[in-house]
Design a protein around this ligand. Structure first.
Ligand code: MIG
Length: 784
């Protein structure tokens, strides 16, 4: 529904994959993107589609039928039936006639919002109805048994039914709570499940948008925008997995990361001198707590001038970083968008001279204030600004920096928000801030990605705070300024799961919490959870108590070490899952429903998750907890990682959770590839892959794909990787087939070791040969 409405359907024309529908008051364009993806486009603001999320997406000619029906038309693809009527009312069915998504036929009727009998607030012009002045809105009928997910980074529960959210990238330093309707990222992608059928709606509009999942009125859900085009995709599953796969086909998947980025990372606002950085680095090595990465927060700079160093605190950054490299550490430095207004400062002068900054409506470079004081904002929507910014990365990589951390890119501003009419040149199609805001960070990340790629030739590592749909192509994200509270540990789990479902495969939270003082117990429980999240970074704010793994007591340190080591042991598994994520969009951290959609018991599990296909984690999220209740989904058996005990799926169990135990369950039949623990990636030459085989049910078989490459370059893109297929059949005997599918990575393993769990003295046959297991009855080594 839009301001002028549509009126009656007059006629329609078909042109390749596109259908143009003429209404009395408007034209609607429907495109058959795939048999499972339909795009609806009404050019209310710009004539052309103006997506910043979808790049280089090719469609070939699609097969579909179209026919006129009473008051409308019907489009039939291989998977969907789409009926479009007068007033652009649209109903979408699957091929067996299930109604998946139906436009609501009534008027929007928000709940009453009362102030007082004499409605002072309303008289003063305050809105009484949510979003009644939105320019565009689409209202869909809501059925009771519908569950919602996605929408990026959100506080609150996993299932988004009953929530109301706004997409407007926002840096709000107050402790994030369930009442927050907006955070740093805008990902207008909603997933629904209704009667075990899943679909997605991607509303590709980067103005301020709103999603309301039945909060306004239990009979409908809607999405709306302050301005821009109506441009949305209906994406069919029927599994959530396929919806996510299709969405990431459109917006891109997470690129394969460098292996070290999956190791442990230590951050702090700020390690502000070379001496302190070295002290931290030495501590990790001395204490044998694995760690790959140390971050430098804003204080490494000279007066917060981006691309500079405080040479008093860091006399010779290059030498320091070389030293750290020899110890196995990679350095990631923060780079904010705000450029200090300062004549004689190279970045400012260059930007000014070449017109790289955003301007006010009078054409004067716009100023606000951020960390460096008076600052200007690079116009990242401009390709020439991006090329310049990309080149600036060389300043950092020449010092030896391995990754870049982009903060404050909502963009944040200390002197009030940027006015709507701050102008971005946007390659000659000027846009106002209200159109640029939500995609600002996206283009900053893109520029950074391209710069790092060019300068290092390696897979870029970037962490960004703000993002839009599709930013996963360029950057990892973290969830900004959480607090060291139990509530925030809890909140982070559904938040990361929904980020994953929203295409962001590489994400994490500040482990231990950013603001506020952490406690030993909270850090332990947070590290246990972080072990299984893609970005595993401990970070805390200026002025808070120390939060490094050793900052509390020996027991806390020991448990930190134990879990961080577990992470390094699991690296090949986590890397496999990131490889899968790159191919299909399937996120590492995901809700149980992603793999067990037929089991509706999984739909509202907020505090447990799957780490890839094979590991279920139910972190302890309460202070002092002695037990943790958790659900094991139907359809598989589950092996308690700690005790080896086997549980049937489809039941709740209660697990004792002393401080050092985080409940971890391995899916029956799993093969988990593991490495020898290292203090950092590359410390040891890995010549042996250990395959942990979890045997449970008799007469079952399972397969696992293991991927390996050099872990840093782009050579895998020209085929330099190896891929192994492992098939396990658990019958009277245990039969293993280990096959090399692709064998183009020259430095691949020399040995494979199998570790059998629950073997029960069965005969083991590997690639047709009976193999002797060792005295523990468990280990076989072969050279293929
Ligand atoms: O206004 O760079 O979310 O991780 O340590 C605060 C200082 C700016 C906010 C980031 C946080 C970082 C901090 N930054």
């Amino acid at each position: 529904m839009i301001k002028n409405g549509y009126g009656k359907l007059l006629d329609f024309q078909v042109n390749g994959n596109d259908i143009v529908i003429n209404y009395e008051h408007n034209k609607v364009f429907v495109s058959i993107i795939r048999s499972t993806i339909i795009n609806f486009f009404v050019p209310l603001f710009r004539k052309e589609r103006n997506s910043k999320a979808v790049e280089n997406f090719e469609t070939t000619h699609r097969k579909f039928e179209i026919k006129a029906i009473e008051n409308g038309l019907e489009i039939i693809t291989e998977k969907l039936v789409v009926k479009i009527f007068d007033y652009f009312k649209t109903d979408i069915y699957d091929k067996t006639g299930n109604l998946l998504c139906q436009d609501y036929r009534g008027e929007k009727a928000p709940f009453e919002r009362r102030f007082s009998d004499y409605d002072l607030l309303a008289a003063e012009g305050h809105k009484t109805n949510a979003n009644s002045d939105e320019k565009i809105y689409v209202v869909k009928k809501l059925e009771e048994d519908t569950y919602f997910y996605g929408l990026g980074e959100r506080s609150g529960h996993l299932n988004k039914k009953g929530y109301h959210y706004v997409n407007w990238n926002t840096d709000n330093p107050a402790p994030h709570g369930e009442t927050f309707d907006r955070l740093y990222k805008s990902i207008p992608f909603l997933i629904g499940i209704k009667k075990n059928i899943s679909f997605g709606i991607f509303f590709d509009n980067h103005f301020e948008t709103t999603f309301d999942m039945g909060r306004d009125n239990k009979d409908y859900y809607y999405f709306s925008a302050a301005d821009g085009n109506l441009d949305y995709y209906f994406i069919y599953g029927p599994s959530v997995k396929e919806v996510v796969e299709n969405y990431t086909k459109l917006t891109g998947t997470t690129p394969l990361p460098q292996l070290w980025t999956l190791g442990f990372q230590q951050c702090r606002w700020s390690y502000g001198s070379e001496a302190r950085v070295m002290e931290i680095a030495n501590s990790f090595r001395k204490r044998e707590i694995p760690c790959d990465t140390i971050y430098l927060d804003i204080d490494y700079m000279d007066g917060y001038r981006v691309f500079t160093w405080n040479k008093e605190k860091f006399k010779n950054p290059h030498a320091m970083i070389e030293k750290l490299k020899s110890m196995g550490f990679k350095i990631v430095t923060i780079i904010d968008p705000g450029v200090k207004v300062d004549k004689g400062y190279k970045i400012y002068d260059e930007g000014l001279e070449n017109d790289y900054f955003a301007k006010d409506n009078q054409g004067i470079v716009y100023r606000n204030e951020v960390w460096p004081g008076d600052s200007v904002y690079p116009d990242f929507l401009n390709s020439k600004t991006r090329s310049w910014w990309a080149k600036n990365q060389k300043i950092m990589t020449d010092y030896g920096v391995s990754g870049i951390w982009n903060d404050m890119n909502e963009p944040a501003s200390f002197k009030g928000p940027l006015p709507d009419d701050v102008m971005f040149d946007n390659d000659g199609i000027p846009v106002m801030h209200k159109e640029a805001h939500n995609i600002y960070a996206h283009f900053m990340a893109k520029a950074t990605y391209e710069g790092l790629k060019k300068e290092t030739g390696k897979r870029p590592f970037i962490v960004t705070r703000a993002a839009y749909a599709g930013t996963q192509k360029y950057s990892t994200v973290w969830t900004g300024d959480n607090q060291s509270t139990w509530e925030h540990l809890r909140m982070s789990i559904p938040m990361l799961m929904n980020l994953g479902l929203s295409g962001i495969g590489f994400c994490g939270t500040d482990v231990g919490g950013f603001g506020h003082d952490c406690t030993s117990e909270l850090l332990i429980r947070w590290v246990q959870m972080g072990t299984f999240t893609p970005l595993f970074r401990n970070h805390s704010a200026m002025g808070t108590r120390d939060q490094e793994p050793w900052a509390f007591d020996e027991k806390t340190e020991e448990i930190n070490r134990q879990y961080i080591k577990l992470r390094y042991k699991l690296l090949p598994y986590i890397y496999d899952m990131m490889w899968q994520c790159n191919k299909t969009g399937a996120p590492l951290i995901r809700p149980l429903l992603f793999n067990y959609q037929a089991d509706a018991e999984t739909y509202e599990l907020n505090y447990e998750f799957l780490c890839g296909d094979n590991i279920l984690v139910a972190p302890v999220v309460e202070q002092g907890a002695k037990v943790r209740t958790l659900y094991l989904p139907k359809g598989d058996s589950w092996v308690d990682y700690w005790t080896g005990e086997i549980h049937e799926g489809g039941q709740y169990i209660i697990k004792n959770v002393p401080l050092d135990i985080c409940p971890i369950y391995i899916k029956g039949g799993s093969v988990l590839p593991t490495y020898e623990v290292q203090n950092y990636v590359g410390e040891k030459e890995i010549t042996k892959l250990t395959l942990q085989v979890y045997l449970t049910d008799e007469n079952t078989s399972s397969t696992y794909n293991h991927y390996v490459d050099d872990g840093e370059s782009f050579k895998y893109m020209v085929g330099e990787y190896s891929n192994y297929k492992i098939k396990v059949t658990n019958g009277e005997k245990v039969e293993i087939k280990l096959k090399v599918i692709d064998n183009n990575y020259k430095d691949s393993y020399k040995n494979f070791q199998f570790v059998f769990h629950n073997l029960k003295e069965k005969e083991v046959i590997i690639n047709g040969e009976t193999k002797a297991v060792d005295d523990k009855g468990k280990i076989v080594i072969i050279k293929p």
